[in-house]
Design a protein around this ligand. Structure first.
Ligand code: UD1
Ligand code: F6R
Length: 703
């Protein structure tokens, strides 16, 4: 409840968006009050925030018309495409209908959006975008209208809970509505959201009470109840009061006025709320912020913030949300608790790997569904051979899964570096299936190779992080790895997500094979454990840091692996040379005796991948050869592995980095984590700019 002009409001919103630019995005949008009551003014644009600002200034003539508001809700969004290409219609905010009765911005993924969309289409809704988010806006309208038909003027918060009960997946979402002027809802599950609180006077207390309601889900309208099929309607007609109104009189409610929003002398104070998924867009206005928890529904109206719970109260639920003072500078906030994006991205892997699997792997029924490939699977299964084509880290993820493809699909697989493939003008045939793996989706070599394969009539599949990128658009079909934007030049979380996406593709190709059933089930069960296992490995950071201290000053490093672990040795070596500028080489352990052994002495640092699989005896024998030449290997081995523990007892100069065990074909997902951390600390210890290594760019768009 503070006086602001439309221009001020839009400037605040776009400026907030520009603070989020560092996270990567492809389109932008804002929604504010329209010129006539009950409408929303929505302006959206693919491209940069600066282009959105231009569009706003071109669309609205502030010199002629710039209304003032004392209570106003504006929402804005930068979108990183997951559902549909970057375009005006796919940008957020998304609306319920042409008047924008309900307008929504959303981070996250609604995994049951296809089912919701089908239901909403059946109920007559017309969709304007390919986004999952549009379903949310339309659900708000559907439930609002249904309640109204039943004679219920539902409160915004109660309406939100009805909508949330239909959503699967992850969300941080805001909704404004012409039916609730000056009110906003924000809620989260699995996606961050915080509220900045700005007032001239000091707040009375530095927390907000959570308002719990007992579970009233029996009375809630659900999708099956609405319009076409509403068993509740009759009940509502009889009882008239259907929803317990949220008032002080409701005995089910532990109601408490938001004490925080009174001044110290107890009088309500003018206040502004800034809601964001990221503190960086809020700190300019206020350092006082409140972090929402999963299933919180924050409802702001009349200058007050109320926090409700979507779930019934459970033991241990906190009854307040503290309003904290951020002490951090902007750059620090953008990186969270991390010093570099690379470190942040390494530590994001428990979530990014989960996001790759979300909605695609059914752990209970042990099945895989890659929406983007469903129609193409029969053709892919008939392929004469699979060609995997990529560069750098993305090439390594192809190498890491090759054996899994050969074992499960029984289709011959060849792996190609895009530049070499082009140099050779390698033969490609119509019955080949060519898989292009790329984080950015813009790598020139991979793109050229894709054109080459398209010209020869092969079926092309993309495994890409960036939706709307050239490779994603030019391939026949594909899988978005959904790792989220990767900013550090050294690829980390994209690697583990590519690995998982490819593993899911291998599983899909063998879903009708009885002989591989047992192996498939084992892999799916083990994939479920990966995020948690990565979390455990990340806790080894202090040990890895101290190993890196000891390695300081070394000029060269060898990494040994074989079988499934060869790719890991190559990828670890690439990470190390790329950011710490130290010469490092990944060696196939079986090749050691064919030349490389000549390098080995007591001085050359060696990292050996010694986790258990069928090749373990051979790996051990290679490492023994190193030890026999006084080498002091650092061994990545399974936790509590008796062989390595006893080896270390005999020879204390051996370092062990112990990681959990999993399927042989997934072990590389875990073994790479210590190597990513090691490359990071080797570089940081030397004071190098980890996020922007010399001579390298994030997207290599030149050949
Ligand atoms: C979709 C959502 C995803 C969500 C999932 C849950 C999109 C863009 N993605 O994923 O966020 O988790 O539903 O149900 O809607 N494609 C290519 N080339 C590529 C990559 C993809 O042609 O390199 C195509 C696919 O064939 C598909 C579309 O792009 O037609 C979307 O791909 P993807 O995001 O992987 O689809 P879903 O797994 O269905
Ligand atoms: C290494 C790295 C590069 C990329 C390569 C391909 O950390 O990031 O090796 O993997 O340039 O890029 P994308 O995957 O975008 O095609």
């Amino acid at each position: 409840m503070v006086e602001r002009s439309r221009k001020d409001i839009l400037e605040t919103l776009t400026e907030g968006l520009s603070k989020l630019e560092y996270r990567g995005y492809d389109s932008t949008g804002v929604a504010v009050d329209g010129d006539t009551d009950g409408t929303s003014l929505i302006i959206k644009n693919p491209g940069k925030v600066s282009q959105l600002k231009e569009k706003i200034n071109n669309t609205l003539n502030f010199d002629e018309y710039n209304p003032e508001y004392i209570n106003h809700v504006g929402i804005a969004h930068t979108r990183w495409a997951t559902h549909g290409e970057p375009s005006v219609s796919n940008a957020h905010p998304q609306r319920s209908d042409i008047n924008g009765e309900f307008v929504v911005v959303h981070n996250g993924i609604i995994t049951n959006y296809r089912e919701l969309k089908t239901l909403l289409l059946n109920k007559g809704f017309k969709f304007e975008s390919d986004t999952d988010t549009e379903c949310i806006a339309k659900l708000f309208k559907l439930f609002y209208d249904t309640n109204l038909e039943n004679g219920i003027e539902i409160d915004f918060n109660a309406l939100t809970k009805e909508v949330l009960s239909e959503l699967d997946g992850a969300y941080g979402l805001l909704c404004r509505s012409s039916h609730y002027p000056g009110e906003v809802i924000c809620t989260r599950k699995g996606s961050p959201l915080l509220i900045g609180v700005k007032s001239e006077k000091n707040l009375k207390v530095d927390f907000v009470d959570v308002e719990f309601v007992d579970d009233s889900s029996d009375d809630q309208i659900t999708l099956n109840d609405t319009k076409l099929n509403n068993p509740h309607k009759q009940k509502a007609d009889e009882e008239k009061v259907f929803f317990a109104p949220i008032t002080n009189n409701n005995p089910n409610l532990r109601y408490s006025q938001s004490r925080a929003f009174l001044s110290e002398d107890g009088i309500p104070i003018p206040i502004e709320f800034f809601i964001s998924s990221d503190a960086s867009s809020v700190v300019k206005h206020t350092k006082k912020v409140l972090f929402l928890e999963d299933n919180d529904v924050a409802h702001i109206y009349d200058g007050e913030l109320h926090i409700h719970r979507f779930k019934p109260r459970e033991d241990g639920d906190k009854i307040t949300r503290p309003i904290q003072t951020l002490e951090l500078e902007l750059a620090q906030i953008m990186k969270g608790d991390y010093n570099h994006f690379m470190q942040k991205e390494i530590f994001e892997q428990p979530e990014s790997t989960l996001n790759t699997m979300r909605g695609r792997l059914d752990f209970q029924n042990k099945s895989v569904k890659l929406g983007g490939l469903t129609n193409w699977l029969p053709t892919i299964k008939r392929a004469r051979r699979l060609l995997m084509i990529a560069c750098g880290t993305s090439y390594h993820s192809c190498l890491a899964v090759r054996q899994m493809f050969e074992e499960l699909s029984e289709i011959p697989v060849s792996i190609e570096l895009a530049s070499d493939f082009l140099d050779r003008k390698a033969p490609v045939f119509r019955d080949d299936v060519c898989i292009f793996v790329s984080q950015s989706g813009e790598t020139a070599d991979s793109m050229q190779a894709l054109k080459f394969c398209l010209e020869r009539g092969a079926l092309t599949i993309g495994i890409v992080n960036t939706v709307g990128s050239s490779i994603s658009r030019s391939t026949h079909c594909g899988v978005h790895i959904n790792a989220g934007p990767e900013i550090g030049v050294a690829s980390t979380k994209a690697y583990t997500s590519q690995y998982i996406a490819l593993a899911m593709l291998a599983l899909s190709l063998s879903d009708d094979s009885l002989s591989s059933l047992g192996k498939r089930q084992e892999i799916i069960s083990n994939l479920q454990k990966i995020p948690e296992q990565i979390k455990q490995i990340l806790q080894l950071e202090p040990q890895i840091k101290s190993i890196c201290k000891k390695l300081q000053g070394e000029q060269s490093l060898l990494l040994l692996g074989r079988g499934y672990q060869y790719a890991c040795a190559l990828e670890g070596a690439l990470k190390i040379k790329e950011i710490s500028y130290m010469h490092s080489e990944g060696i196939l352990a079986g090749e050691l005796k064919h030349g490389v052994l000549a390098l080995v002495d007591e001085n050359l640092p060696i990292i050996a991948l010694g986790t258990r699989d069928s090749l373990f005896p051979k790996v051990v024998s290679s490492i023994e050869q190193v030890i026999a030449r006084k080498g002091k290997p650092i061994v990545i081995c399974n936790k509590d592995d008796e062989y390595w523990l006893s080896k270390k007892a005999d020879n204390p100069s051996i370092e062990l980095i112990e990681v959990p065990g999993t399927s042989d074909c997934l072990q590389g997902l875990l073994n790479i984590i210590p190597l990513q951390l090691m490359s990071y600390w080797l570089a940081v210890n030397q004071g190098f700019d980890v996020d922007f290594p010399r001579n390298l760019a994030k997207s290599v768009t030149v050949e």
